[in-house]
Structures are given as C-alpha cells and as structure tokens.
Design a protein around this ligand. Sequence first.
Ligand code: NOJ
Length: 809
Amino acid sequence: MASSRTLLLALAALAPATNAQNFGGSGRAADDFTYVQPLNTTILGGYGHSPAVYPSPNMTGTGGWKDAMAKAQEFVSQLTPEEKAWMVTGAAGPCVGNIKPIPRLGFNGICLQDGPLSIRVADYASVFSAGVSAAASWDRKVLYERGFAMGEEFKAKGAQVALSPVCGPLGRSAYSGRNWEGFAADPYLTGVAMEVTIKGHQDAGVQATPKHFIGNEQETQRNPTLDESGTNVIQEAISANIDDRTMHELYLWPFANSVRANAASIMCSYQRLNGSYGCENSKALNGLLKGELGFQGYVMSDWGAVHSGVPSIESGLDMNMPGGLGAYGMDPTLGSYFGGNVTTAVNNGTLQESRLDDMIVRIMTPYYHLGQDKDFPTTDASSGVLNTFFKKKDWKPEEWNMTGESSRDVRGNHGDLIRKHGAEATVLLKNVNKALPLKAPKSIAVFGNDAGDITEGFLNQKSYEYGTLAAGGGSGTGRFTYLITPLEAVKARARKDAVVEQHPDRLEQHDRPLEPHSPEVCLVFLKTWAEEATDRKHLSVDYDGEEVVASVAKFCNNTVVVTHSSGINLLPFADHPNVTAILAAHYPGQESGNSIVDILYGDVNPSGKLPYTIAFNGTDYNAPPTTAVNTTGIDDWQSWFDEKLEIDYRYFDAHNISVRYEFGFGLSYTTFELAELKAEALAQDIPAAPAAEPVQPGGNPALWAPLYNVTVEVSNTGDADGATVPQLYVHFPDSTPAGTPPQQLRGFDKVLLKKGDKTTVSFELMRRDISYWDIVSQGWVIPAGEFTLSAGLSSRDFRATAKITPVKA
Ligand code: NOJ
C-alpha cells in the first residue's frame, strides 16, 4: 500500500535536506509580507539534517507507571495479530480519532477528541479561554483549574484522550496561525503552563496529548503539495531546520515539562524537521523524546501526518491517526500505512513483534494508569452525529460504546470559572487619566464589530465580519452553547446608571457629534482572527480596526479600546491622546463579555501580563514564516531557524530594539514594588554538569533539582487591592557560549495583595534553569562565573537584583 513512497521517505529520514539556504541574519517580516525562501544548495551551520537514532526505546514503566504497565502487558498478551494492528491504527468512528473496541476483552475502545480549549465535537460543552489567554494570566491556579475543568468535560462526554495542550508552535514567529492555541513565546512560561494543564487533564481522568512535536512553527506548507491526482508529491512539506542547542533550550523545553508531568501521549507534527517528516524523525522521537526525556507514553501522529509504515514505526511512531494514508488523504477506509501493513510486516519479518507490542503497551498503560478501564463514561452518541470527520456510512454505531445518555450537558458551573479566568487574563496596556476603572458613567457609546452578537453561527470556523470573537478557528476551536458579548454585558452592567449608545459595526463615519452630547466613555471592541492551516498576513487588528479607533477618538476624548485577538497586534493608536485605555483580552471563551465588564468596572483589578512582545512595527519582528518558494525542487520548502535562541523578547533585548509593550508587561489599577531579592544556595560545591542519574520522565532527574531558593518582597503601594506577577529573569555569565540571550525568564508567581500589604515570594531555580545545552558534551552545563538575577514586573522593568556564582570560574 505504501511501497514506493515508504522507501523514498525511509531514505529521506536519513538524508540531509537539499536545495536549502541559510539566509543569514534574521529575516525580517514586513507589515503585510511574503517571505520567499531563496534557493541555495549549501547547508551552512551544521544543522538541517537529522541523524539516525535506532532502535526505538521500549518503555520501562519508570516514574510510577509500573503497575499499569503490567496490566497493559497482560492485555497485549491476549491480542490476535489483527487486533494488534488495529490497536495502533485509527478507524472511522464517532470521535475525531478512534481505536476500535475489542468486546471479547472488555475493551471499549479509545475516543480521541480535540482540542486545547474545549471538547470541540460535542454539544452542551464549555468553551474555555484559549491557551494565549490562559498564559496571559501567568497564574498556575487558573491554568490548573482550566485544565481540570476541561478534563472533566472530556471524561463526561466519554473521551479518553484530549488532544491538548499545545506548546508547538511556541511562538517563534509573530505571524504563525496557531500561536493562540499554545501559551507564550517563551519556553519557561509555556513549560509551566503545559505541566500544570496536563496535571489538570489527567487528574480529571483524561489522557493529555501535548502537541505538535516538534518545530511546528508555521502553518504554510505544513503538508506536502500533491498533484491533481492527489497521490504524487510535487513538493514536500516545509522543513523546520533547528540546531541542537536551540532545539533543547527553546522548542524541546516545554515538552520536557510535559513528559515530566507524565503526559500520556505526544502528537508528532506535520512538517519536516531537519529534512525528515516529524512523525518519522528517529532523532526526535527515539532520540530526544523516548531516549533523552524518558517519555513513557505513546507517540500519536497528527491527522494525516504519516508518510510511511515501518520506517515511521522504527523511528518511534506508536499510533497512526486517524488511520489512512497520510498526505494521500485522511480516510481510514482507504487503507493505512499501518493497519494490515503492520501485520504483514511482522509476518514477513520486516518489523519485530516486540516493537509492535511496545507500541500497544505504551498506548494501554495510561489507559490503566488513569483507571479508564473502570466505569469510564460511554462516548456521547451526539459526538458521532456532530463529527463531520468520517462519513456516516463508514462506521456502525452499534460497534461503539455509545449506550449512555445522548447530548449530556457536561458544563456544570464551568461558566463561572471561565468568566473568572477571562478577567484574570486580561492585560491592561494603557490607562491614563484614571480612565479605568469606569466610575458609573452616565453615558457610554459602544463601537466596533467585535462588540455584538455573532452573525454566523456558533461553529467559529471562519472569520466573520459582525460579531464578537472569543476563540480562533480550526481544530483548536470550540462549539459555543452561548457566548456573552461585550455589548450585552456592558448594557446589563450599565442599565441602572447609564445610557448606552450602540454602534457595533465596522467602519461608520463616527465624526458627527453624538446626540445629545458626547458620551463620557467610548468603548471600541476590535478583533483579530487566526486559524489552523494558514498563517497571519499582518499584525494589525482586522476589519480596519485602526481606522475605527481613529474615527472614534477624533470626537471622543475618553476612548477605551479592547482587543479580542489571537495574539500580537500592532497598536499604533496607543499614541493617540484621546485613547485613554487599551485592554488586550485575547480569546477568553464563552463568558467573554462578562469577563471584560468585570475589568472595565473594576470588580476585578487587571493582573494579566503579555505572553509575547508588542513591537512598534511589523518589520521589527524577526523569524518570519517561509510563505513562498520560487523554485520547484521537491525539497525546496525550508525554514532555517537561524535566529536560534533569539525569538520574541530574547531577540528584541539582544539587539536593543525599542518595543511598544514588552513581554511580561501589564498594568493594574494599583501599583507594586519589589525589593530585597535574595538567593540562598540549596547545595554546596555544585558541579558544572549534573550527575548521570537514571533517566526518569522529564530526563535526568538532576536537571530538576532545586539549586537556589530565590526570594523577593512584593508590596502593593497603591490604593486598591490587586494581584501582580513578580518575574525572575536570569542573566548568564560571559563564559556562556555566544548567542545566549541577555535575559531569560526562570520564575514567576501571581500574588494577590490588599492595598498597603507586603509579602515574600519565592522562586526555585532548578539546575536546568541555570544551564545551557552544550552541543559538545551533549548535556546541560552550568557555565562558570557570576550570574545576575533580576526580579521585575516585566522583562524590561527590573526592580531588584542579586548575584550568584554556582560554579567558580
Ligand atoms: C490536525 C491538527 O493539527 C491537530 O492539532 C488536531 O488535533 C487534529 N487535526 C485532529 O483534529
């Protein structure tokens, strides 16, 4: 079934990328850009190819999995060869991904559902805040509650596996279409968010699937271009070419946190990595993930990301989703690179049965570990009705475990949580003349096409002109059961005090005077769409939002702008004197209007912080996605990550570029001060390299050992109660190899303080936090010499410093 292409791809897995160009320097992205990858056949810089790492390590059960692993082994011992093949291959069924039930063994199958902000293919489920919003809260409690509550809903709907959370993309490029599904353009904050979310999902009894492993930093050309027949590859998918140090210090970092949190599964990504496809890259899957990080779960493919059978399996892929033939189509009824081919490969000796058994043991261990063999809810039959992924004729409902109540309402009181989370994540970027919080204004005018009701249904699968935006599009979206709009929430809140004038439209000429006189405050709601499978074309707010602000601010000297956006927006109107406040509310989920009203009226004091940098111009950002090639070679789509560690603030800081609002920035209705930063060593005679301890999930446990306890005093110096996020940045000593960013986030904590109160916050610095990845020794090393630690209220607002010298020069 997979013959010639299988062979080709097997070779590609070992071969260096060709026809690629290291374009040198950091490519700049323009405001409305295309970035054409120039042709060059020279590979510079020693990366762009992927070494072979075989065989695929077997799981060992280390890290608390042993009991469940024994049950999984017992299960595997009872399977027929055919059943073994189907355990690793998706089938058409009620969910987005399905592993068939085996009734004779009491196995009810596995239902896999998207995604990172909601169980998407479901009715009566909640739409939570998107990853970017959750990250903007900088609050572990919010992140955990969100992960747990989502997990409860997946479980109640009968989905064993949540295809969530996302840390790839990490946010290399401001333009990537899926950054909002993930958390922050920083591995540390994202790593914490992953760990806490995974714990939330799994504590609720659902398997987490961190995705997409690895280097999935752009959407353009994430899959190969096929000819008209849909069977022959004209050009392969983009190759993300990442050097070893960058891989470890940026892109692998949050996956290490995920593995340490005992994530059940990891989804490999569509694009190529250093020349070979993400789901058949043995260096990434066998080497980094199962070897170095000691991953004990299973590697699941992204949907249609499998391009070969045995080569993928030997490279570490454990499950083919949704079945089917990868780039040739995603219909599992058309056959699969796995399925019957796996049986054939075992029978003819091409594939060792022990590898197949390890795949299934990896798949079934989390199932037993989370108790999914006992009293797990049946799959809600409504999922099968709503699922458009498979043709109804291709599967038989009676073969699936869907006997329970249909259309179960699984939302519980999650609306209250979502409202709270939305408010906690809202970032106040500008606030002059004490414009906010609102003080019971008598007249309010509401503008902008983001203010009112959605006009195109609740599926959220495209950018619609009229209606508020609370989630992005693609598999990471949610199906709303209701959505509180800003307009309805403002009207409800203002009813007793104010007249609310409504202009929830796009671009009217707002320069005529409002009757009978100008409103006390003008609220302008703007939005920015982003979705899977396409990258953003620009960083402005959509639908002429900048012009809408300009036209309102012309007559209204108290213009407050709120953005509902996938992430980075240039905010030129921040300079306008009549724009008195700006709030970035990102994608807050179903309670959007209530969350923003809680902030506008000061019921909640803003404490969100930017999880990325807002620059002055689109051209200020580096690391653009490759959006086009001028040549026709099969391998010509290449993206060289030659900015290396310099993404987002690391880049702006390294090049002293002024920015409008820096990473970690966010105002409050009160003020805070930090003082007395102290670092206490928790170990004596710290060696530069860690002792080689047996690998546990997350890698060498010595990397996670706390070496310093760092404390800082935080005071609320203003006149309102409120929360803030003290942030700890580490500046490495000069002995660290070139390319080390000037400062890197290595600690944060959100604290709530009454006005006038003070508290001490502590951060644990672990070995990994003060190490760099040494490409020579292939290990983490603490550089010799003095580190500076800075505690701040953003990445450019340091209030206290301390020095440590873990390893003498
Ligand atoms: C493709 C997306 O990349 C992935 O994130 C998602 O889980 C699958 N489709 C299933 O919808």
